[in-house]
Write a protein that binds this ligand. Structure first.
Ligand SMILES: Nc1ncnc2c1ncn2[C@@H]1O[C@H](COP(=O)(O)OP(=O)(O)OP(=O)(O)O)[C@@H](O)[C@H]1O
Ligand SMILES: [Mg+2]
Length: 354
């Protein structure tokens, strides 16, 4: 079998700040195969963006300490020169962000910006680049693309701007697309359209995709694999079906219960995960999720769990100190409506703690 397209190993990104060392990403590993989709999910501040920006060489700063390795298509992206990574960015690896206005310049026509993105990496004439821009705008579903290419970003609706950004990102036929919260700013219907568009183009071009989101619902349909991040680490990783059907980390259970449901009455309270994410400067001792875990035991405050395979399913990895069969039982109970309150702690005996 050939090597994965992207292989991230023990990646750490620590920032030196006046308040102390911020461990934004603290030892994450994952791989993405050609044409596959990885979803990276976690609350705000869990390190999703920093890890992906680092893959693109966008966190290289004097106060950043970066270690581990990022291999993309045979190259180590952490050690490439700034010039080389600039050449890779927008060519073999492209990124789309939550806010299209941060990527589209307000003073230039949309078509011009896409054409320039093409010319930055391809030896083509201006006319050819313009044609490519029009072609891409058509591909992402912008009506009358030749006319719309002549418009400025503010003349586009939010959803159309997002489509234009996708057009720009895919104009050079990248092998990998990183989409960081690509639909958060959009309403639900447009969200669904944009996700479908990314999926369709992905299968057409055989692009690998990393989708970053705080909402598990967003990656439910499109991700092959899902990595759940908490406080700079991956705490659970498995194929998407397993994450939804048989999740084993209490944090993932919390994320699952906070997915907005289309059939829920408007304004109905989602079940949030109680408590707040920890400070990345002073992480809690032991399992960093322990202050928020409904099933915490004394030992969890002292022992740091590693991301280990579940006995019955080696591709499913979980960083949790509870034994796998206990976790499975708790999940079954949760699903049948037993609330994870303090009393539930009595259910787990000390012997059941792995
Ligand atoms: N240059 C920097 N210097 C210091 N700390 C930083 C820097 N960049 C990011 N951080 C910190 O790193 C942590 C992780 O940030 P990151 O942007 O990756 O979170 P995220 O998971 O993408 O969150 P969100 O869902 O809000 O986008 C945050 O606590 C953030 O404040
Ligand atoms: Mg982010």
């Amino acid at each position: 079998m050939s090597a994965p397209l992207l292989e991230v190993e023990d990646l750490r990104v620590h920032f030196e700040t006046d308040d102390g060392l911020v461990k934004a990403v603290d030892g994450i590993s994952y791989t993405v195969e050609r044409g596959q989709t990885l979803g990276i999910v976690g609350e705000s501040g869990s390190g999703k963006s920093v890890s992906s920006l680092t893959v693109m060489g966008l966190t290289r700063a004097r106060n950043a300490r970066i270690s581990g390795s990022v291999r993309f298509d045979g190259k180590d992206l952490l050690t490439t020169s700034d010039e080389e990574i600039r050449n890779i960015r927008g060519d073999d690896v492209a990124m789309i962000f939550q806010d299209p206005l941060s990527s589209l310049h307000p003073f230039y026509k949309v078509g011009t910006q896409i054409a320039e993105a093409v010319r930055a990496h391809r030896e083509v004439s201006k006319a050819q680049a313009w044609d490519r821009a029009v072609e891409m705008l058509g591909l992402v579903g912008i009506p009358e693309p030749r006319k719309r290419a002549d418009a400025y970003p503010h003349e586009f609706s939010g959803g159309m701007r997002q489509r234009a950004m996708i057009a720009m990102a895919l104009a050079n036929d990248p092998k990998l697309l990183i989409a960081d919260e690509p639909t958060t700013a959009l309403d639900v219907t447009v969200q669904a359209q944009i996700l479908e568009l990314i999926e369709r183009l992905q299968s057409e071009f055989d692009t690998a995709v990393v989708v970053i989101t705080h909402d598990l619902g967003v990656v439910a349909e499109m991700a092959d694999e899902i990595a759940v991040m908490y406080a700079g680490r991956i705490v659970e990783k498995a194929d998407a079906d397993t994450i939804f059907a048989a999740p084993e980390h209490p944090y993932t259970w919390g994320l699952l219960s906070s997915i907005p449901r289309l059939d829920a009455p408007r304004g109905e309270e989602l079940v949030p995960i109680a408590g707040r994410p920890p400070s990345l400067i002073n992480l809690p001792g032991g399992c960093s999720f322990h202050p928020r875990c409904p099933y915490v035991r004394e030992a969890h405050k002292h022992v740091d769990p590693t991301l280990d395979p579940v006995p019955a399913h080696p591709d499913h990895k979980v960083a949790c100190l509870l034994a796998s069969d206990v976790r499975r039982r708790l999940w079954q109970e949760l699903r049948s409506g037993v609330a994870p309150d303090a009393a539930r702690k009595d259910v787990i005996t000390e012997e059941e703690v792995a």
